[in-house]
Design a binder for this molecule. Structure first.
Ligand SMILES: NC(=O)C1=CN([C@@H]2O[C@H](COP(=O)(O)OP(=O)(O)OC[C@H]3O[C@@H](n4cnc5c(N)ncnc54)[C@H](O)[C@@H]3O)[C@@H](O)[C@H]2O)C=CC1
Ligand SMILES: O=C(O)C(=O)Cc1ccc(O)cc1
Length: 291
C-alpha cells in the first residue's frame, strides 16, 4: 500500500479538504500540510482535523513534501505554480484536481518551460454545490471516478502513486487524454452548470418585482441546485475550457432551436419522441449516476 510521509495540500477547500480527510482516515499519510491565503480558513482546517499544520507561503509549504495536491480554483493554478517552482524538489509528485485539464497542462508548461515527468493531472468527478473547508467530508470520493490525464512524458511511477492515492479514498481511477476529458466534461458538467446559472439569472431578472420563485416546484429545485455552486470557480472553469464548452453550447443551441419550433408548430408527436428518448437514456444511466 502507498504511504506518503508528507503531503502538501494547496487550497484546503471542499476538494482539497475532503481528500485530506479521506487520506487521513485511510491511514496512508504521515503529515498533512495545508496551504492557502486565508489564515482563519486554515486555522479552521486544523481545528477540524483536516490538516496537521499550515503555511500561508506556498514555497515554504511545499518544502520537504513527497506529494503536492493543487486544490485551488483553475484561475489560481498558474500563480501558485509560479510561487512554488523554485522551491520544488525534483522527486516531489505534483497533482491537481481541476475540473478542466488542458488548461492546467498549459499552465504547467508556461511556468516550467516543459512538463515535469512527476506532474500528474487529475480530476475527481465528485463534488457538491458547496465550497470551503467546512463543507469537506471524507466520503466524497467513495464509489466515484477520478480521471487522470497523464502525458507521454509522465513518469509511470508517479501515475501509479497518484492512482493509488485516489483508490485509497474509494475512487475508481480512469486514464484518458486531456482533450477527451475536456470535451466530455464540457458536455455533462460545464454546460449544465452554465445553463443552471443562466436560467436562474434569467428568471430573476424577468420576474421583476414579482417573486416567481415562491411558486417553484421540486423540479426547479432539482434543475437549479448546481446554480448554488461557487461563481468564481465556475467562471474559471467556463473560461479555462471555453473551446469545448462553446462546441457543446452550439450543439445545444441548435437543438433548443428545434424544440422551440416544435412547440411553436404544436408538433406534439415530435416533442413526445424527444422526451421519450431523453427519459429512456436517463433511466438507463441513472444507476450509473447514483452509484
Ligand atoms: N466543487 C466541486 O464540486 C469540484 C471542484 N473541483 C475542482 O477543484 C478545485 C477546487 O474546488 P473547491 O475545493 O470546490 O473550491 P473551494 O473554494 O472549496 O476551495 C478552494 C480553496 O483554495 C484556496 N485558494 C484560492 N486561491 C488560492 C491561492 N492562490 N493560494 C492558495 N490557496 C488558494 C481558497 O481559499 C479555498 O480554500 C477547482 O479547480 C475545481 O475546478 C473538482 C471536482 C469537484
Ligand atoms: O454538485 C454537483 O453535482 C457537481 O457536479 C459537482 C462537481 C463540480 C465540478 C466538477 O468538476 C465535478 C463535480
Amino acid at each position: 500500500m502507498i504511504h506518503i510521509p508528507r503531503l502538501c495540500v494547496i487550497g484546503v477547500g471542499l476538494i482539497g479538504g475532503s481528500l485530506a480527510l479521506a487520506l487521513r482516515r485511510a491511514g496512508i499519510v504521515g503529515e498533512i500540510v495545508g496551504c492557502g491565503r486565508n489564515q482563519s480558513n486554515l486555522r479552521r482546517a486544523v481545528e477540524l482535523g483536516v490538516v496537521d499544520c499550515y503555511q500561508t507561503n506556498p514555497a515554504s509549504a511545499v518544502t520537504g513534501a513527497d506529494m503536492i495536491v493543487l486544490g485551488v480554483p483553475l484561475g489560481n493554478v498558474r500563480p501558485v505554480l509560479t510561487t512554488i517552482r523554485d522551491a520544488l524538489d525534483s522527486a516531489t509528485i505534483i497533482t491537481d484536481v481541476g475540473s478542466a485539464k488542458r488548461c492546467v497542462i498549459e499552465d504547467i508548461e508556461a511556468v516550467f518551460g516543459d512538463i515535469p515527468a512527476r506532474f500528474v493531472p487529475g480530476h475527481p468527478v465528485a463534488g457538491t454545490e458547496k465550497s470551503g473547508v467546512e463543507a469537506a467530508f471524507a466520503d466524497l470520493f467513495q464509489k466515484r471516478r477520478t480521471i487522470l490525464t497523464p502525458l507521454a512524458q509522465t513518469d509511470p511511477q508517479a501515475v501509479s502513486a497518484v492512482a493509488a492515492l485516489w483508490e485509497a479514498v474509494g475512487a475508481e481511477v480512469i486514464s484518458m487524454s486531456a482533450d477527451h476529458h475536456d470535451r466530455m466534461l464540457a458536455a455533462t458538467s460545464h454546460l449544465p452548470h452554465l445553463l443552471a446559472f443562466g436560467l436562474v439569472d434569467t428568471l430573476a431578472r424577468w420576474g421583476g418585482d414579482e417573486d416567481i420563485f415562491q411558486y417553484a416546484a421540486g423540479g426547479f429545485r432539482d434543475f437549479t441546485r448546481i446554480a448554488s455552486s461557487d461563481p468564481v470557480m465556475w467562471r474559471d472553469i467556463c473560461i479555462a475550457n471555453r473551446a469545448a464548452l462553446l462546441e457543446a453550447l452550439e450543439h445545444y443551441r441548435e437543438d433548443l432551436g428545434v424544440l422551440t419550433e416544435l412547440v411553436r408548430c404544436l408538433d406534439g408527436q415530435a416533442l413526445e419522441r424527444v422526451f421519450r428518448n431523453a427519459k429512456a437514456v436517463r433511466d438507463r444511466y441513472l444507476p450509473l449516476l447514483e452509484r
